[in-house]
Ligand binder design. Structure first.
Ligand code: HPA
Ligand code: MG
Length: 212
């Protein structure tokens, strides 16, 4: 029924692109190792994900739940591509966007406790079909299901390959990547690097400099 998203897999030995090949904010010069996924590639992949979403949703309305802060760029670009596709195909999907904020990382480590910051009242989801963007999914999905949406789909720009990963919670995957800590395109390390357009691997210097 639903088109299966083919995976874009980034291999374990992918070294990334040399920093000199791209532009990036000068203040991060010593703080990143390489450009892991260039911004243009991210955008092209999101355009494709938007097509999967458009094909899957027969409903003309979707509720997008954007997981802040790391998901804000992905969410905005995905919704924008969905709109553009609607305009060019004359099949408009009405998209409403709500925001939720989660925090579970300190430095580059995942912590046990997941904080839902801001509105945890998701009653606006009742009877709606939603696409969810973000990563700390399992707990959030459980929470979302209690509001009985009609259909729930998860979109994640990055899914990390983990040995423990059995079932994938993510219906629309941008890139499957090795289990490395990456920053940029709204993904942070202690709130830094969100202003970096590319997805990059943080350097040792960067980790030390912004550690708390
Ligand atoms: N980078 C930034 N934030 C994250 C990551 C990551 O690799 N994994 C989970 N949250
Ligand atoms: Mg974070």
């Amino acid at each position: 029924m639903f088109s299966l998203c083919c995976l874009v897999q980034i291999k374990d030995d992918w070294p990334g692109y040399n920093l000199d090949l791209f532009t990036y904010p000068e203040h991060y010069h010593d703080d990143i190792e390489n450009v892991y996924i260039p911004h243009g590639v991210i955008m092209d992949r999101i355009e494709r994900l938007a097509r999967y979403v458009t094909e899957d949703f027969e409903d003309s309305k979707i509720m997008v739940l954007c997981v802040l802060k790391g998901g804000y760029k992905f969410c905005a670009d995905l919704v924008e591509f969905i709109k553009v596709l609607g305009r060019s195909s004359n099949r408009y999907l009405e998209t409403r966007v709500e925001f939720i904020r989660l925090k579970s990382y300190l430095n580059d480590q995942s912590t046990e406790d997941l904080h839902i910051i801001g509105s945890s009242d998701l009653s606006f989801l009742h009877g709606k079909a939603i696409v969810d963007t973000g990563k700390t999914m399992k707990a959030l999905l459980k929470h979302v299901e209690t509001f009985e949406p009609k259909m729930v789909k998860v979109a994640g720009l990055l899914v990390k390959r983990l040995p423990t990963m059995t079932e994938s919670l993510t219906d629309y995957v941008g890139f499957e990547i090795p289990n490395r800590f990456v920053v940029g395109y709204a993904l942070d390390y202690n709130e830094y690097f969100r202003d970096l357009n590319h997805i990059c691997v943080i350097s040792k210097t960067g980790k030390m400099k912004y550690k708390i």
